[in-house]
Structures are given as C-alpha cells and as structure tokens.
Design a binder for this molecule. Structure first.
Ligand SMILES: Nc1nc2c(ncn2[C@@H]2O[C@H](COP(=O)(O)OP(=O)(O)OP(=O)(O)O)[C@@H](O)[C@H]2O)c(=O)[nH]1
Ligand SMILES: [Mg+2]
Length: 434
C-alpha cells in the first residue's frame, strides 16, 4: 500500500538561495498540483510560470509535470520551482502534505525508480556518488555508474557463467550419453577468463577509492619540525595551532584540499616522542594509527637526524621525506626541501604527492569500482569461482553449485539478486527529496 501513496519533499538544500524545488511522485500527484497551481502546464515535460496557492500564502512559481512511466520514478511526478529560502518551500510542502501527500523517506524517489525498473542498484549508487562527489572525476565516475557502464561489465561476466552453467546442465541431464558436453578444460578456461575480468574490475578499486574519498596523507615527524605549519600552508589557512612549544599538537587533526581534482586529506599528527603526558601519549598512539591507515606519509625533518620509530617510517614505500624550514636551513640539493613559513616548494610537494599516487589518466573511459559493497560482491564472486576450480575433479553438481554462487554474488551489484535488507541499507544513505 505504502508505495501507492503520493510522496512529497523539498529536493533542494534548505536555506537561503535563489530557488527551491519541491516535488511529488505517485498516482494522483498531477491532480493535487492542478488543485493548487494556477496555470498548470497543458502537457507533460513543459515548464510553466504560474501561481502556487498555498494554505496561507501564494507565490509565483514554475511547474512541470511528468507522466508515468516517463519520469525519474516511473510514476506521475510534479516539480515546483519555488522562490528560495526557508519559508516558501516549507509552506508549499506543508500544503502538499495537507492535500493528500505524505513526506518522502530518505531516497524514496530513487527507491521508487528502482522498484519500477527505471534503475538498478549500481545505477542508484551512481546517483549517490554524483551527489556526494567532491571532485569532477568522482562525479564523472558516478555518471558512468548511473548510465550503466558497470552493469554492462557485470552482465558480461554473468552471461559467461550462465553459458557455462547451461553446458554443465546439459551434461548433467544426459549423463548416460557418451558424448562429453563440456570438458573439465573448458570449464577451467571459462572460469579463469571470468576470474581475470573480475580481478581487473577489483584492481580499479584502489584508484576508485582515492577518486571517491581522496588520498589520506599523514604528516609525521618529531615535535617542532613544523608539521602543523606545513598543514596550514598546504591547505592555505591556519587550521592547526602552531607554537614553538614541543608537543603542541596532541590529537590528530585533518583537513582536505583538492589538488588537480584529487582530494588530499591531510592528517596532522602529534610528534612521536617519549613523554609522561597522558594526553600526549594518546595522541602519539593516534599518530601511529594514522601512519598505518595513510596512503602516503609525509615524514618531516628539520635537519636533525631521526631515529627510533622514524627509521621504520622512513623505509616505508609510502613515505615521502620532506625537509622543512628551508628558509633558515640549507638541506642541500638532494632532498625535497620546503618552507612552511615562506611557502617555498610547497606546490612542488603537492605535485610530488600527486605523482606518487600514480593515478595516471584518471579520466579514462573505464568505470572504476568505488563502492565497498561492490568490492565485497566481487571478492565473494572470486572466492566462489576459486572454489569451483578446487572441486573441478569432483562431480559437475559440485562445480555448478559454486559457479551459481559466484553468479549470485555478481548479481548483487546490479541488484538482480540482492535481498531487501541490502536494498534498504542503500536507500537509507540518501537525502530526503532524492
Ligand atoms: N623558520 C621557519 N620556522 C618554521 C617553519 N615551519 C615551522 N616553523 C616554526 O617551528 C615551530 C614549530 O612549528 P609547528 O608547526 O608547531 O611544529 P609541529 O611539528 O607541528 O610541532 P608539534 O605539534 O609540537 O609536534 C614554530 O615556532 C613554527 O613557527 C619554517 O618553514 N620555517
Ligand atoms: Mg603540531
């Protein structure tokens, strides 16, 4: 019953702005609009200027309606473009709620689109990636997912498995015939092809994660080497407290900066040193965690030799050694020397980071895996196909069972085989009005 109701929501962020979009979806929404809007468009998909007659207000607004199934949700839909700001949109929404609509839940418009077959789950997640994108590349990847770039790849893999299963089925159905419908070699070959392609998709996920969430860069080094100063210079404003007192930074602190369309998440840390200060020690533990979790570590020196913990970090392949305070110290030409104070070489440091993450041509036409759910599905598919390989000398039934599981796991990506709980979890993350 619930899905038959007309839902309504404000689809733009609430606050002061030029316009607000209020929308409705469901059977009956066009009639509700007709009763409230003067100068309703005569045809679908036509934007008309008119008057929205609310309960205790009226205002000039634009209105467009879409007829089922040719709409975002697949249902009849109406959108009002109202004047912006808090009052008008809220008053319009209240009017709609008092005239037969109920407030939409998070992502309910998109959920209806999914339930009506307008989108599959990967498309839906593409929409969410676009909305959440903090760089153009992330938005572009979301667009590829929305428009089916991932579906194509997944269904290609599933089709290969379906073919294989069909061959196995035939062999199972006619065991008495001497004819071999499918050989172990053929099964192995087909499995290894699908596995390779699945792995190729998974391999895009490290890049994909960086594109979506940014690259995590921990700034570490002894106390007073200028870590917090460098963070401030890197992000362009005084984010962290800087003093000449050792142990100024106690907790990790992060700030983001978009460089060449990649989000750099800098994490300033407490300098690792032996101290009896309880708070500082907790901070130091957090610094160690930050190093573990980072994609890149900036190990900051101010000229003095580092020892202990830092030697380990210095050897880590994800570490970039940075020599700070170049304005007052000469570190020589063989090292990357910067000055947080004057900004010398700080842009160069950003470029060094960018080069190190080796994104290559990130705007390549291929879709990248950015979603933890997809990674999980692909991994489970791979495991099933591995198990199918392991039981290759057993009965065809055993092999077929594992292949089916792999097929199933792949299908969860687009939602063909996803259960309701997974589907609900995805839509909960959406905003109201989308
Ligand atoms: N001359 C010069 N001084 C700097 C530079 N970078 C930082 N300093 C100074 O060095 C001192 C320590 O700077 P911070 O940025 O607080 O150092 P930190 O590494 O964050 O120190 P902790 O948080 O205590 O670990 C301050 O007095 C800064 O002004 C630099 O590039 N040149
Ligand atoms: Mg500091």
């Amino acid at each position: 019953m619930k899905n038959n109701e007309v839902i309504a929501a404000i689809s733009t962020p609430v606050g002061r702005g030029a316009i607000s979009v209020v929308r409705m979806s469901g059977k009956g929404s066009i009639e509700i609009a007709k009763s409230l809007f003067k100068n309703m468009p005569e045809k679908a998909n036509e934007l008309k200027l008119g008057r929205f007659n609310g309960e205790n207000f009226s205002d000039q607004a634009m209105c467009v309606y879409f007829s089922s199934p040719r709409s975002y949700t697949g249902e009849d839909m109406v959108e009002f473009q109202m004047h912006g700001g808090y009052a008008v949109a809220n008053a319009a929404l209240k009017t709609l709620l008092n005239n037969g609509c109920r407030l939409a839940e998070h992502g309910e418009f998109t959920k209806r689109a999914y339930l009506n077959g307008k989108m599959n789950l990967a498309n839906v997640e593409g929409v969410m990636d676009i909305i959440d994108a903090e760089s153009v590349t992330a938005a572009e990847n979301g667009y590829k997912m929305l428009t089916g770039a991932l579906d194509g790849k997944i269904s290609e893999l599933q089709d290969k498995l379906t073919d294989l299963l069909a061959q196995i089925e035939v062999a199972l159905d006619y065991p008495e015939e001497d004819l071999e419908y499918v050989t172990k070699e053929q099964i192995k070959d087909a499995l290894s092809e699908v596995k390779q392609k699945t792995q190729n998709l998974l391999d895009t996920s490290s890049k994909g994660r960086i594109i979506k969430n940014g690259v995590n860069i921990a700034i570490v080094g002894k106390t007073n080497v200028g870590k917090s100063s460098l963070l401030n210079t890197l992000v362009g404003y005084d984010r962290a407290i800087v003093t000449d007192i050792e142990g100024t930074t106690r907790d990790t602190l992060s700030e983001s900066y978009v460089y060449r369309d990649v989000k750099f998440n800098f994490i300033d840390t407490a300098g690792l040193r032996k101290t009896s200060d309880v708070v500082e020690n907790i901070g130091i533990e957090r610094s160690k965690k930050a190093v573990e979790n980072a994609d890149i570590v900036l190990l900051i020196y101010d000229g003095e030799k580092v020892d202990g913990e830092y030697e380990e970090i210095a050897k880590n392949p994800k570490t970039i050694k940075v020599f700070n305070k170049a304005d007052i110290k000469n570190h020589g030409n063989d090292v990357l020397s910067v000055s947080a104070k004057t900004g010398e070489n700080v842009e160069k440091l950003k470029e060094v980071i960018y080069e190190k993450i080796k994104l290559g041509n990130i705007s390549s036409s291929d879709v990248m895996i950015t979603n933890a759910r997809h990674i999980d599905c692909l991994n489970r598919a791979l495991q099933s196909l591995d198990r199918a390989n392991e039981v290759i000398d057993e009965t065809l039934d055993c092999i077929s069972l594992e292949i089916r599981e792999g097929w199933q796991a792949l299908g969860e990506i687009t939602g063909a085989t996803a259960n309701e709980e997974v589907v609900n979890r995805i839509f909960e993350k959406f905003c109201v009005g989308k």
